[in-house]
Design a protein. Sequence first.
Lengths: 508, 496
Amino acid sequence: MENILSILVFFPAVAGLLGFVIDKESARAYGITVATIEFLLSLWLWFSFDMSNAGMQFVEVIPLIPDIGVNYYLGVDGISLFILIMTTLMTLIGMTSMSITTNIKNMIVTLLFLEMTMVGVFVALDAIIFYLFWELSLVPMLYIIGAWGGPLRVYASIKFFLYTFTGSLIMLVGMLFVAYVYHNLTGVWSFAITDWYALVLPVNYQLWLFAAFFIGFAIKVPMFPFHTWIPYAHGQAPTIGSVILAAVLLKMGTYGFVRFSLPMFPDASVMAITPVAVLSLIMIIYTAMVAYSQKDMKQVIAYSSVSHMGIIMLGIFAMNAEGISGSVFQMLSHGIVSGALFMLVGVIYDRRHTKLLSEFGGLAAVMPKYAVIFGIMLMAAVGLPLTMGFPGEFLVLLGFYQVSPIMTILGGTSIILGAVYMLRIYKQSFFGPVTKEENKVLSDLNNKETWSLVPLVLIVVWLGVYPKPVLEPIDNSVKAMLNFMDGKAITQEAKDMIKVSTSNKEVN
Amino acid sequence: MLQPINVSLESLNLITLAPMLITIAGGLIILIIDLFNNKLDKSLYVMLTVLMLFIDFGAVLGLTVNERGFFDVMLIDGVSIISQLMVIGASMIFVPLALTSKRFHEYSYPEFFALFLFMIAGFQFMVATDNLILIFVGIETASLALYTLIALHNRSNSYEAAVKYFTMGALAAGFFAMGSAVVYALTGSIELYKVAEVLAGRINETGLMISIFGSSVLLLVAFAFKLSLFPFHTWAPDVYEGASAPLAGYMSVVPKIAAFVVSIRIFGMYIDLGVEWVRWIIIILAVLTMTLANIMALVQADVKRMLAYSSISHAGFIMAAMAFDTTEGNTAIFLYYALFMFTNLGAFAMLWISRHKKRRFNARYDHPYEKFSGLIKIMPMGAVIMALFMLSLAGVPPFSVFWGKIYVMQAAVNAGYIWLAIIMGLNSAIAAYYYLKLVVYMFLKDPIKDVDTVYYNISKPLMAIIGLATIATVAAIFYVQPLVSYFYYMISASGY
């Protein structure tokens, strides 16, 4: 099946369209089945993926608007493969654990459309197709936050939409300019990213374009000054919305940096290392402190998830194989762990209809299974060795140490800070005597919740102990990309900064 | 002794007049039928009009590119052919919107349809000539018919709209006449190709620049009225509000296409002559129009007025493309309108089906946002379709207007106006807010209890038209390529 990527993109969309006719009592089963099939398809993609090939695989090209160079162009490499699998997995798990009962059919249909756009973003190799899925993903999310969210849901959803929309329109101008430069040099219109890779742009062009793309991606990540939409989005979104938002939508931003900014503008990226690293550090430390002061459990998780996105950013701009591979791995771990944490907060919210930390205490006595899973995920979030959070974080710090030891030490403090606030909420809510009467009768995880969380725990432990099957293909593609960047860079600083691993060079 | 004028029929090339004659004959046929039997139903006239337009469409398609006719007054170039096709196409979508389930005043008169066909003839004359007098005649024929069509809606605010539009239109006509007079005084000709030749020879004469400046400013003001560009846009929201919803949608597309064609001919000439400030005035007007109209649209309480301001803003967006004076820029104008046409007419048609025959929704407005709150629960399909139109207007891919926007922005980048492309992008982001506002009302709010229903007017033909507009909006990605290559070919063939 050479066109498996198209199937992966359009299967949820078609299923979503057909979902309109499904009876609302059966909608949930329908959604879970479709998401399972989609997940299995993505696993199939993994098994038929050639691990030794660092380039794009399963490439499909169909000309759509040749006059302006827009092609339907899909492909997957080691970097996008696992993000894609994580996307389908988290959609499936999120859907399974979902506790929403009102308008369930609309929710299922919306989620399926959302899944199409998310998969589309990670497999698109044409900038316009990428942009198309990128923008389209805002619409279902707007609806999910706006229709099932908390009291401020409309404000939160519009803020989310407009913020991202504005950023991406500036990115669109950047894309149009790259296409224009490409046309000037070659006489052909093309929006294919792989064609754009071949462009060697002058440094001042690179800087401007890097800035344009940066705005689009940084808002999505969200980088420090642009992060103000996320507390609202997470605070108001229903559990499933937060899960998808934290697990997948934020990864679109960091993925964009790896896919567009680094290989297209290597010199500008190297020049941007310090500013980006400073912003990331602010993001790591500042949001960790904000997280510490939150009274709402979900806001703690939300801020900690933003804080960990800072580590991913730091890794991307380490410009060496350890940093970037670690970053991509950290994207996966962040997706699974923060997704799971949001689901866990949702579990307690369903029971008590409050997320305030002061309402809880001694939950470990009442809900042992819940406490165990929460504990494991918490440890993974702070990067405890033998959990999935560790290899990524370690590699990122290892990679960035070669750039700046001081900044790495500052970044390393985030792990400690992270441990502080995470352990604090764990201590407050799970240990000690049961403080509130209402909490004494809480029921432990039911089957549905257990079965959606246990696979995540298994993955977290498995990839914490033995990350190689995932890390290796990522590393392959990342090394190929770095080699390519090194060859393309114009300035000497960039060539010095971009570390190409010697072993890989010998192979080539 | 005077020689008798000897003109051979062949040299007149009367075929160039055929499309206009068909619509005029169609209008007359409708009037004659009414003379014999005045009890016929509107559906007959609607279908007759559509059929006439169908023949007209065929006649335009059959024209050969780059021909002149009728003492060289008619000019059939690529631009005139595609603009006529678009005018006729939009009209064919518009006319069946008369087939509502409720009876409305204007459609009970066959004169409505006759006037409508005359108006189309006017637009066709406007775009198929480069003679300033015939342009003037075309504008006036079309406008006078349009004023009457608005007034026929038979409500107090439609009279207000018609009179307002008439007054502004008369003012614009005055500016146009004065501008043409200055052009004639400068060059001794009213045919643009001759004007261009003469001006090209005299452009460097001292003291002439002030008159060239004067002529272009007068003409620019005239067209700024027609295109509702800032600061001459103030009539538009009131007129759109007073006119019936389909007519408002029609007005936001078809007269503007015609006016854009004439603007391309006139101001393209000035820019080609190297009169740089015409370009700059156009760019400044365009930026002001799109930005200010956007900001005004943010604060509207009525969806129809919001759409009115939004279409002003879209016009500003497209106006910028004219200033580039590249084939790509001009293609962008037509591509944008071809895509915008379906979406905008569809959106106005959605307002039309929600119009109560007599009652307003509240004391002031017919279509306030509140009317549509919770539409997803009342009429799920309608809400989804309206949301698609709104997202398309906001420029969310892959819906139709996005492709127009990206083409305009690409043209801006290619012409070296990257800052303009960024302004366009930011404006799209502002615009997204008010389009989203309607989506939010429809999807995220609960219906207001005392509204019994909001689809009074729905009927099969209206559903068919809205369905067509929806398909055109959603499936744009598949027909943009043939559209672009056809437009580009036609426009480059006519030398713009």
